[in-house]
Design a protein around this ligand. Structure first.
Ligand code: NAD
Length: 697
């Protein structure tokens, strides 16, 4: 059945009060049919002298939870007319009351602020989260919120995007009354009590409190740290300032233009892309709600090193008891003390209590006996990155783990099929690739091996959610998605230095794109010895001579990165990288030995070569089916590698640049474009088109 637009809002009467109920499930987004229904309701109320006031309420579980983000891509004349609805509310001659339960976010709060009054239940939440999608409140939010809560608080709410609870909103004057008991009955009673209030206390007619120049200057300073390089936060500050210095009408008009500017920016497109890509990445073709899953009530972890300890914390934080295994008592003690210290540091910062620390530690059972894992629902191996060691462990586990237990490896590069092959139950084996520090980084690559069962995969996806990770399914290959791409990126970074750039300039070229760390800052942090060992190993396997790049020479001096306070850079306790003149000399000597005459490399060239090396490898990964969607790769890069969300991830960034210009630049700088990338470029398409082609948009 098609529902006519008017049917998104029901009209009913309670004596002299007209009730408008918005019904646009699931969250009453301000989509098609809602503005038409509200306007029709207001017209009916205006025409009927027996109506003294109007209550607007959401049907179902919430008030209007926000604008419908999918309508952002529509031309303005086709998008739901939120501004027109609010203008009509503001000009309306009788009191209007927004009755809020659930959430009133973004357009929902703007609609509520267009009403004369707002009442809410205690657990309702209100806020203006637009900044998180690279836009700004575009229907009066930037002009009305400062008029209600003052300049400083309005800036804080609009720049963080975080909602406030109804009790706080009440104390700020944003909610006029908290309703105990039935919301509609309370709202109707409130409307009746205020039916004769004249003049109507319109927010648009108030003035802004606390609008000193210092408040706006401090906000501008603040966003340099919190939103470096982003457009919409600075537009928000400008508009908030305008709310205090001009008439409401002028501010309202200016806001419309700034909203369009932000909405049409690549940054907002990037953030919206990630918003949808993250939701899409949770879907796996062939797996749905009917796929059986098991509940994970206990976990076993093998190895209490850097990763094992962090992984254990995720489970403890989610209330899942953990048994952690080491081979030696001192390694076990060390692992436990690191976990305790991490928790105590969190407690010192006031983010948990000492009781919480003890409770979590009490859920952790240390042991030297792998046999103690026999009851665990999932066992995650996090020992050294060595195939023989891993195979030995999985062979033993096969004899210990209960039937149906998930056997997972945290390997960063090794073949999960080969690991699974040593067990009699390869369907229970999966890769769960956490990122360091594992208790902090949100990404979890879920590596689906050839024989991994659907149930194990679905359970792992559900588990990721439970331990508050963003799980993305990937296939088996060397380095899976993230590290395979980052290896190519590292190769290109070293090449750029070889050709003439300084490491700090290469890092700066990625910082300029918004990454907190460039390739060399990142490899110093991860440890240079790991990459060095991989390069040596790969050369040996390929029967090639021992690698002797400039970076290999640095590592061979014992400079392993941050852990030795010396790598490509020098470090002190601040962990800020400082260029080292001897290393620069080492690079120059290397070049002259190899007969390379250095040339100037611009920041633009460096940024493009690095970003596009990721994209090119990403295209190969897509073509091989190792990642399901380009959007999945973007999610991986944002949550695992610090790629700025406002660029939308490397694949979206490339699409924004235009894939034919990416291909041209790759060719110009001597990289061979991947066939898929070339095809899309030739057809004038983007990676989003590719995802749509696959039916996975
Ligand atoms: P680590 O050296 O810090 O820890 C490994 C721990 O495993 C050590 O404490 C060691 O004593 C213990 N161990 C070795 N053999 C064991 C056995 N038979 N039984 C029980 N414990 C044993 O190493 P890590 O950095 O934590 O890496 C662990 C795994 O995680 C590796 O496969 C690595 O590739 C992967 N990984 C590492 C990172 C990272 O950034 N460090 C990121 C993702 C994945």
């Amino acid at each position: 059945m098609t529902i006519s637009k008017e049917h998104r809002v029901d009209q009913s009467r309670d004596g002299d009060i007209l009730i408008l109920t918005i019904n646009n499930p699931p969250v009453n987004a301000f989509g098609a049919g809602v503005p038409e229904g509200l306007k029709a309701g207001l017209d009916a109320a205006a025409a009927d002298d027996t109506v003294k006031a109007v209550v607007i309420i959401g049907g179902g579980r919430t008030f209007v939870a926000g604008a419908d983000i999918k309508t952002f891509n529509l031309p303005r004349e086709q998008s739901p007319d939120l501004r027109g609805t609010i203008e009509k509310l503001d000009a309306f001659g009788k009191p209007t009351v927004a009755a809020i339960h659930g959430t009133a976010l973004g357009g929902g709060l703007e609609l509520a602020m267009g009403c004369t009054y707002r009442v809410a239940v205690k657990d309702a939440q209100v806020g203006l989260p637009e900044v998180k999608l690279g836009v700004l409140p575009g229907a009066g939010g930037t002009q009305r919120l400062p008029r209600v809560v003052g300049a400083q608080k309005a800036l804080e709410m609009m720049l963080s995007g975080n909602p406030v609870g109804a009790p706080e909103a009440h104390s700020l004057g944003l909610i006029d009354e908290i309703v105990d008991g039935d919301l509609l009955a309370g709202a109707v009673a409130f409307a009746r009590a205020h039916a004769d209030a004249r003049p109507l206390p319109r927010i648009s007619e108030k003035s802004v409190q606390g609008a000193s120049p210092e408040v706006f200057a401090a906000a501008r300073e603040g966003i340099k740290k919190t939103h470096r390089g982003q457009l919409s936060p600075s537009l928000i500050v400008d508009l908030a300032e305008l709310s205090a210095s001009t008439s409401f009408q002028q501010g309202w008009d200016a806001e419309a233009g700034k909203f369009m500017e932000a909405k049409d920016s690549p940054q907002s497109r990037g953030l919206r892309h990630i918003f949808f890509a993250e939701r899409e990445s949770a879907k796996i073709p062939g797996i749905d709600k009917s796929t059986p899953t098991t509940e994970i009530k206990s976990a076993g972890i093998i190895g209490a090193g850097t990763m094992g300890g962090g992984i254990a914390m995720n489970f403890l934080n989610a209330g899942i008891p953990v048994t952690i295994v080491e081979t030696q008592q001192d390694a076990l003690d060390r692992g436990l003390s690191v976990i305790r210290r991490n928790y105590e540091n969190t407690a010192k910062k006031g983010r948990m209590s000492m009781d919480d620390v003890e409770q979590r530690m009490a859920m952790l059972t240390p042991t030297l006996d792998m046999g103690d894992l026999k009851n665990a629902d999932i066992i995650i191996e996090a020992v050294f990155e060595n195939m023989d060691v891993k195979k030995e462990i999985f062979t033993k586990l096969d004899g210990i783990a209960k039937p149906g237990a998930i056997l997972a490896s945290n390997t960063s590069t090794l073949d999960v099929n080969e690991i699974a092959s040593v067990t009699k139950r390869p369907e229970s084996v999966i890769g769960l690739h956490f990122f360091s520090p594992a208790n902090v980084m949100k990404l979890l690559e879920i590596v689906r091996a050839e024989k991994t069962s659907d149930s194990v995969l679905a359970t792992s996806m559900a588990l990721a959610k439970k331990i508050k990770k963003v799980g993305v399914v990937v296939g088996v290959c060397d380095g899976f998605v993230g590290n395979r791409m980052v290896h190519r990126y590292g190769d290109e970074a070293r090449k750029i230095v070889e050709e003439g750039a300084k490491p700090q300039d290469v890092d700066a070229s990625m910082n300029a794109l918004g990454l907190p760390m460039g390739p060399f800052q990142m490899s110093d942090m991860a440890g240079l010895d790991i990459g060095h060992a991989i390069r040596q190993h790969q050369a040996k396997v390929a029967g090639q001579p021992k690698p002797d790049g400039w970076l290999d020479r640095i590592v061979e001096q014992g400079r392993k990165g941050q852990k030795t306070n010396a790598g490509i850079y020098d470090y002190d306790e601040t962990r800020k990288p400082k260029p080292n003149a001897d290393m620069q000399q080492l690079i120059e000597t290397y070049r002259s030995e190899k007969g390379i005459s250095p040339r100037d490399i611009t920041q633009d060239e460096s940024t493009k070569r690095l970003a596009y090396s990721l994209v090119n490898e990403g295209a190969k990964i897509l073509d091989e089916g190792i990642a399901q969607r380009a959007g999945d790769i973007d999610v991986i890069y944002i949550y695992g590698y610090g790629f700025p969300a406002y660029r939308g991830g490397p694949m979206q960034y490339a699409s924004e640049q235009g894939l034919s210009s990416v291909v041209a630049d790759l060719e110009k700088y001597g990289q061979t474009p991947a066939p898929l990338l070339k095809r899309l470029a030739d057809e004038g398409k983007t990676f989003a088109d590719y995802d749509a082609e696959k039916g996975r948009g």
